[in-house]
Design a protein around this ligand. Structure first.
Ligand code: 5AD
Ligand code: FES
Length: 358
C-alpha cells in the first residue's frame, strides 16, 4: 500500500484501507505508528476511570445498563468512594480521571457531580484533570460542570449515520441523533475538550459508514476519540442480530484500522485504547496503542461495583482492584515501547491548536 496522504483522503481511500490485508495492512499500521511518534511522541497517558453510577434513563438497544434491563442492581457511588478513587489516581500519578455514568439528569445527580468535580480539584490542589462522561445534558448543566473544573467531556456519537443511529436506538425523541450532535456542539461552545467515538462492527454497519465516521470526526474537529468494537450483550434487544455480526476478531482488526486511520487523519488528537478491545484480545489495548492510540483508562471503580457496570458481555478486569490494574498496565505498556506520562494532564494537542493556536 502506498502512503496515505492526509490532504488527499477520501471516503473511497478510507474504505480501501479498512479492507487492506497482508502488506497493505502492515504498511497502514507502520504509517500510523510513525505519524504518532512524530506528532505526539510514544507516550501513553492514563485516565483513571470511575464508573460513578449505572442508573440510566436511556434505553439504547445495545447497552447492558439500559433502563429496561432488570437483571442488574443499580448503584450510585458515595462521595467518599469517588473521592477515595480520585485520591488513588492522584497518589499514583495518573494525571487525570474520568467520571462516567449512565445518563441521569435529576437535579440531585447534577448537583452531586458538580460537588464531586469541585472536591476532586480541591483534593489534588487542582492537579488532577477531570473528564466527564455523563451523557446528554442541557447547556446549563454542561456550563455548571465546566465552571466547577471539568475540562474534557466524552460523548460518543456511536455512528455518524443517522439511519443506523435510529436502528440501534428506540424510536422516540429521547434517543435522537440531532440531539446528540447539538450536545457535542454545545460542549465545544462551552470550552470543553470534546471527545467522541463510535462502535465498530454494529449490525447493518457498512465500510462506507465507518469511513464516514472518520470523516465526521475530522469535520467536527474533535479533540479526543474513543472507538471500540461493538460487543453483544445477551440481555439487550440488539442481541437478536448476533448471528449476523462480523466475527469478533474481524471487529477487533477493523477497530485497529479505524484507530490507525484516525491517527493519520488527525495526527495531534488524543485517541483512547478502549477497554472493549481487551474484552476480545488480552493484549487488545496494547495493540491499540501500537496502532495509534495514546490514552488508556485504567478502571479505578471500587471492585464491588464493577460487575454492575457491564455495558457488554465479558467485560475484562471486573474482579480486579485498582492496584492490580496499575501494575499490570505498567508491565503491559513497557512491552509497547512507550513511556507513561505520569503526573501530566496529557491534554489533546489538537485542542491547544484549535483553541489557542499553540
Ligand atoms: N459494545 C460495545 N460498546 C458499547 N457501549 C455501550 N454498549 C456497548 C456494547 N454492547 C459503549 C457506547 C457508549 C460507551 C460508554 O460504551 O459507545 O457510548
Ligand atoms: Fe444509557 Fe444508552 S443505555 S445512554
Amino acid at each position: 500500500m502506498t502512503e496515505i496522504i492526509r490532504h488527499e483522503i477520501t471516503a473511497g481511500k478510507l474504505i480501501k484501507a479498512l479492507l487492506a490485508t497482508g502488506e497493505a495492512r502492515e504498511s497502514l499500521f507502520a504509517q500510523a505508528a510513525e505519524t504518532k511518534k512524530q506528532e505526539v511522541g510514544n507516550i501513553v497517558y492514563f485516565r483513571g476511570l470511575i464508573e460513578y453510577s449505572n442508573i440510566c434513563r436511556k434505553d439504547c438497544l445495545y447497552c447492558g445498563i439500559r433502563r429496561s434491563n432488570v437483571n442488574l442492581s443499580r448503584y450510585i457511588l458515595s462521595d467518599d468512594e469517588v473521592l477515595e478513587a480520585a485520591r488513588f489516581a492522584y497518589d499514583n500519578g495518573y494525571g487525570s480521571l474520568v467520571l462516567q455514568s449512565g445518563e441521569n439528569s435529576s437535579a440531585r445527580f447534577i448537583h452531586q457531580v458538580t460537588k464531586l468535580v469541585r472536591e476532586i480539584k480541591a483534593l489534588s490542589g487542582n492537579k488532577l484533570g477531570v473528564t466527564l462522561s455523563c451523557g446528554e445534558q442541557t447547556p446549563e448543566t454542561y456550563r455548571k460542570w465546566f465552571e466547577a473544573g471539568a475540562h474534557r467531556y466524552l460523548l460518543r456519537i456511536e455512528t455518524s449515520n443517522p439511519d443506523l443511529y435510529e436502528f440501534i436506538h428506540p424510536p422516540d425523541n429521547q434517543h435522537s441523533f440531532k440531539k446528540r450532535i447539538a450536545c457535542l456542539q454545545s460542549l465545544k461552545e462551552q470550552g470543553y475538550q470534546v471527545g467522541t467515538g463510535v462502535m465498530v462492527g454494529l449490525p447493518n454497519q457498512t465500510y462506507s459508514d465507518l469511513a464516514d465516521d472518520l470523516l465526521f470526526m475530522k469535520e467536527f474537529d474533535i479533540d479526543m476519540v474513543g472507538m471500540g468494537p461493538y460487543i453483544e450483550h445477551q440481555q439487550t434487544p440488539l442481541s437478536r442480530f448476533n448471528g449476523e455480526l462480523l466475527p469478533l476478531k474481524d471487529r477487533f482488526d477493523l477497530t485497529l484500522k479505524m484507530i490507525a486511520l484516525l491517527r493519520i487523519l488527525m495526527p495531534d488528537n488524543n485517541i483512547a485504547a478502549a477497554t472493549a478491545m481487551q474484552a476480545i484480545d488480552k493484549m487488545g489495548r496494547e495493540k491499540a496503542v501500537m496502532a495509534g492510540a495514546n490514552v488508556i483508562m485504567p478502571n479505578i471503580t471500587p471492585g464491588v461495583f464493577r460487575n454492575s457496570y457491564k455495558l457488554y458481555d465479558n467485560k475484562p478486569c471486573t474482579d480486579d482492584v485498582a492496584e492490580d490494574c496499575k501494575s499490570c498496565l505498567e508491565m503491559r505498556v513497557a512491552l509497547t515501547d512507550h513511556t507513561i506520562g505520569y503526573n501530566q494532564w496529557g491534554d489533546s494537542r489538537h485542542f491547544n491548536v484549535r483553541v489557542n493556536n499553540l
